[in-house]
Design a protein around this ligand. Structure first.
Ligand code: 6PG
Length: 250
């Protein structure tokens, strides 16, 4: 059975224990990638549990095991708003972790907002170009761990059910009319998400339970239930708290 068909499940009682579990495993995975390849590339997610995970990383003793100057950071999606806007995903990441660790700013790959790009199309094209220039494996960006929050409608990154952004061929796609505000965003495409060695889906809270059950049900379709289509090349892991796992069979 391929990794695509059998994701791993990690379950914790609540969101706080879940964030700690993701943080611990993320630090270990980064340290391991740096040992193997001298670098690590991580794709961050916005959202409550994604940001809580970064706070847990900041507080973890294991944070010293990582050479932060050799970590490349990307985002799975970004809201098309000016730098520093409190609704941008990278603003939350800055506050939760990024300011507290000695990253190389040249390796923190932020999506340009309207003050640095002519349009969301131009911003997505620039992001795709930057990703395309990153160290590659089989012609696609070599991303070690790609984190994805899961919406109550089962969206991941800014790929929403039935949304045309799912059809993009490039590595990053402009998103208009997002059903979750704000409406204008840049998202990684399915192609970029599927390039990651490991995709980790994070869901906490009862409002995610039906999306989680739908995405993990046999025969789930990516078009209508995007989280079902997020798979890493080597591993796919679902991190759930008890409330988010409540509608899984068994
Ligand atoms: O920009 C965003 O809104 C996100 O990146 C989005 O994909 C998010 O991760 C999910 O909606 C889960 O968010 P919560 O964990 O806050 O529910």
């Amino acid at each position: 059975m391929s990794a695509e068909r059998s994701p791993e499940l990690v379950r914790r009682p609540d969101a706080s224990a879940l964030a700690d579990a993701v943080a611990e495993r993320l630090l270990a995975r980064i340290a391991e990638a740096q040992q193997q390849r001298g670098r690590a590339a991580v794709v961050l997610t916005g959202g409550g549990i994604g940001t809580a995970t970064l706070r847990s990383v900041a507080a973890a003793p294991g944070r010293e095991t990582v050479d932060w100057s050799r970590v490349e950071l990307w985002w799975g999606d970004e809201r098309y708003l000016p730098a520093g806007d409190p609704d941008r995903n990278d603003t939350g990441a800055d506050e939760a972790l990024l300011r507290a660790v000695p990253l190389d700013p040249a390796k923190v790959h932020r999506v340009a907002g309207p003050e640095r790009s002519e349009s969301v199309e131009a911003s997505a094209a620039d992001y795709a170009e930057a990703l395309g220039a990153a160290p590659a494996r089989d012609g696609l960006p070599d991303l070690d761990v790609l984190l994805l929050g899961v919406g109550p409608d089962a969206h991941v990154a800014s790929l929403f059910p039935e949304h045309p952004a799912q059809d993009a061929d490039g590595l990053a796609v402009p998103v208009h009319d997002s059903p979750k505000p704000p409406p204008t965003r840049v998202s990684l495409s399915w192609r970029a998400i599927g390039a990651a060695r490991e995709v980790w889906l994070l869901a906490a809270g009862g409002e995610k339970a039906s999306a989680v059950a739908a995405a993990l049900a046999p025969g789930a379709e990516r078009r209508t239930t995007p989280a079902s289509g997020a798979h890493g090349r080597e591993r796919t892991v679902w991190f759930l708290d008890d409330a988010a796992a409540a509608e899984l069979p068994g």
